[in-house]
Structures are given as C-alpha cells and as structure tokens.
Design a protein around this ligand. Structure first.
Ligand code: F6P
Length: 323
C-alpha cells in the first residue's frame, strides 16, 4: 500500500480531528502517502483531494469538528455517483480508503465496496453511539459530558423556581446520550426511542411528586423518542400541570461541537492507528472498534445490520434511581 485516502462523513463528532491526526501520522510513519478528501463522499465524487503532511495535523487533537469537513451525501446513494467516486480513486492512484463516520457512512461504504471491492477500513465517528461492533464511538463521551454540564445548570434554575423542565438531547434513532446524561444528572425521567413512552406513567409520577411537595422535575428526552420529541412532551405537561409550569430546552448542535474529552482523544488515536495497521496487514471492509478495552474488527455488513444493544442494568437504573 503506497497511498491511502481519508474522509469524514455524516454528522461531525468531537475527536474526528484526533482520529485524522492518528491516521495521517501512522501512515506517514510507515512511508504511506495520505490524501485528505474534503466533505466526505461529496468530495470523493468531486475529486476534492489534497496531500496531507504531518504538519497539517499539528495542533488539531484538541479541536472539535473536522479539518476535512463532513457532509451527508445524497449523491453517493446513487450508483452512477459511486461509479464516479471509484473513477476518482483510480485516477488519483489511491490504494485504500479510511472512513470516519456513523451508520449512514457504513451503509454507503457497504454498497460501494460490494460493487468495487476497494480496500477500506472504517472508524466509528458519531455522537450517537448507535453502531454495533464497538463499546464507544468517537465523540459520544464529549457529547454526553456537554449534555451533562448543561442539564446540571438547568437543574439550578429549575430548582430555584420549582419547574418541570424538558431537556431535549440529540439522538434521532438512539437514546444513548439521553440515557447517560440523564443518569449522570439524576433526571427524574428519561424518554428514548428504544422504549415506549408511557405518558400516564409520566403524569402519575409528577402528580405523586407534587403530593410530596417535590415540584422540580427534569425529563431528558431524546429527539427521536416515540412521543414526538421535547416540544410535544412540554406542551402536554404544560396542559396537565398549569400550576407548576413546564419549560423546554433543546440542547441541539452544541452537543456536536467542542474540545474532545481525554477519552475521545485516546479512543480516536487508538482507532486511527489500528485502522492503518489493519490495512497494512491486509484487513478489508471492516470497522475498527473497541470492546472491553480491546481492539476488534467488524465487517461493514454486520455494523449496518445490527443495532448496538442497551445494557439491561442501564434501563433498570432509569426506573429505580429516578424515583
Ligand atoms: O450525527 C448524529 C446526529 O447528531 C443525531 O444525533 C442528530 O439526530 C442528527 O445528527 C442531526 O443532524 P443534522 O444536523 O444533519 O440535522
């Protein structure tokens, strides 16, 4: 392998830069040239590639976002554009591709590599942590910490004013940020897409707390919860409890930005290093992840087929510790 190309795709996540740095430096260390592709699959289709040197990745390990930019490519879903992407790889003499992204990235990779069998390895880069084949994804730890700090602040004011607060966190299809930030902040309720939301149960609980003169109630809602997200929940509670009053805070994209935590920087460095080493050893079409602290490799087909499983005790904790 003489030359590899590297891209970030889908929603960005804190730690992507640390991964880019690790990939570039590991490859250069082993005498492999690296081309950075701007804006994910979009840049690949357009041939937007540049040669990366070790100094290009200096001073980025602590920065959120991605110096390569990212995009959700609609064009890459079409075969005719995947053909163009393959042509660009050939034209630029690329021997292998390294991808950093979430489930959409791996779905794209799976389709592309079924057609072209082009050597590649992937890194899980998403704040959602919703990929099979890894215990952690790059950016998740930072996003949960960002949400946790915000919810702690919200609790101060909710408590001063005895309010019901609905805090919506990211996660269109996954409740990991909601579950973990909710547990970390002692939220009174946590609503996630993976579990059916019981509104009567929610109302009963708040009514019961009112009787016990506990008026502050924080509900962490994943944006994709089955009741329709934070606004729907807040509107309903405002109607049910007009005397307490409900407020809504949508944390939104602040969860995707910011300086990565130590955990995300080290995870990204390990995954980036191992992705390049794996390509050198002849591994192909796998996502490099971490399970029980060990590096593991999962075929793209498995990554897109399976869902990450929420540990049972985490679900139980949300029920038991929130009372
Ligand atoms: O990247 C994952 C994610 O942050 C999800 O949690 C969220 O639903 C989605 O991206 C939002 O993406 P966009 O900014 O493209 O709407």
């Amino acid at each position: 392998m003489k030359k590899l190309a590297l891209l970030c795709s889908g929603g960005d996540s804190p730690g992507m830069n640390a991964a880019i740095r690790a990939i570039v430096r590991t490859a250069l260390y082993h005498g492999i040239e690296v081309m950075g592709i701007n804006k994910g699959y979009e840049g690949l289709i357009d041939g937007d590639l540049w040669s990366m040197k070790t100094t290009d990745v200096s001073n980025i390990i602590q920065r959120g976002g991605t110096i390569l930019k990212s995009a959700r490519s609609m064009r890459f879903k079409e075969k005719k554009y995947r053909d163009v992407a393959a042509m660009q790889l050939q034209k630029n003499n690329i021997d292998a591709l390294v991808l950093i992204g979430g489930d959409g990235t791996f779905r794209g990779a799976q389709a592309f590599f079924e057609e072209y069998q082009f050597p590649s390895m992937g890194l899980p880069g998403t704040i959602d942590k919703d990929l099979a084949g890894t215990d952690f994804t790059i950016g998740f730890d930072t996003a949960v910490n960002t949400a946790m700090e915000a919810i702690d602040k919200i609790r101060d004011t909710a408590d001063s004013h005895s309010l019901i607060f609905v805090v919506e966190v990211m996660g269109r299809d996954a409740g990991y940020i909601a579950l973990n930030s909710g547990i970390a902040c002692g939220a009174e309720d946590i609503l996630i897409p993976e579990l059916k939301t019981s509104i009567p149960k929610l109302i009963n609980r708040i009514t019961d707390e009112k009787r016990r003169k506990k008026n502050t109630h924080i509900i962490v809602v994943a944006e994709g919860d089955d009741f329709g997200g934070g606004l729907e929940v807040k509107n309903l509670l405002e109607k049910e409890f007009p005397d307490i009053g409900a407020r809504l805070c949508i944390l939104g994209h602040i969860q995707r930005g910011g300086s990565p935590t130590y955990a995300d920087r080290v995870l990204a460095s390990r995954l980036g290093y191992n992705a390049v080493m794996a390509l050198m050893e002849g591994r192909r079409q796998e996502m490099v992840g971490i399970i029980n602290g060990e590096i593991v490799y999962t075929p793209y087909s498995e990554v897109v087929k399976q869902k990450a499983i929420i540990a049972e005790d985490i679900i139980a904790i949300t029920e038991v510790l929130t009372h």
